[in-house]
Ligand binder design. Structure first.
Ligand code: ZN
Length: 177
């Protein structure tokens, strides 16, 4: 298993609308194992393929002991049956050290395919529902900060400018042509 570099805010792959997984073979299983290892090492509870540079509709998750199930992965996920609402701190491995209260549905169903291409249908509540919604957003080029109301997003972007994460981007801009 390999720990993969995690792409961070500003990387164009995080803005891509990902393409469907079409091959359910050994390379998808290797990707699953590498992404899980990468997620555990970070540490995190979910990781989407674009975060490791692959614009593929695929994510892994493991909410830990409290989540009820996992680790697992879903290919070509579709979200349905959104119910209720929750407002909890959310973070993202692609925006290190930033957490912000983010509204999500309390309960969702995700349908898609497992590593063998077989149909799966998972119902997640609370943290698991939050992970599903967060990871699915990644596959459509959205980050959790894109889900915040405009006024909060402005504050969060200001906070991000103060983090080390974006310093290289600023430097490039200042040094650019
Ligand atoms: Zn994320």
């Amino acid at each position: 298993m390999t720990i993969l570099p995690i792409r961070t805010l500003g990387d164009p792959v995080l803005k891509e609308i990902c393409r469907d997984v079409e091959s359910f073979d050994g390379s998808l299983r290797r990707l699953y194992e590498d992404m899980l290892e990468t997620m555990y090492e970070a540490p995190g509870v979910g990781l989407a393929a674009p975060q490791v540079g692959l614009a593929l509709r695929f994510f892994v998750f493991d909410p830990g002991a409290s989540g009820g199930f996992g680790p697992g992965a879903v290919a070509n996920p579709v979200l349905s049956e959104r119910e209720g609402e929750q407002l909890e701190d959310e973070g993202c491995l692609s925006i290190p050290n930033l957490y912000h209260p983010t509204t999500r549905a309390m309960r969702v169903r995700v349908t898609g395919q497992d590593l063998d291409g077989k149909a799966v249908s998972l119902v997640g509540e609370g943290l698991v529902a939050r992970i599903f919604q967060h990871e699915l957003d990644h596959l459509n080029g959205f980050l959790f900060i894109d889900r915040l109301p405009d006024s909060e997003r402005k504050h969060v972007l200001a906070e991000i400018r103060d983090l080390d994460l974006l310093k290289p981007v600023r430097w490039r801009r200042e040094a650019g042509p």
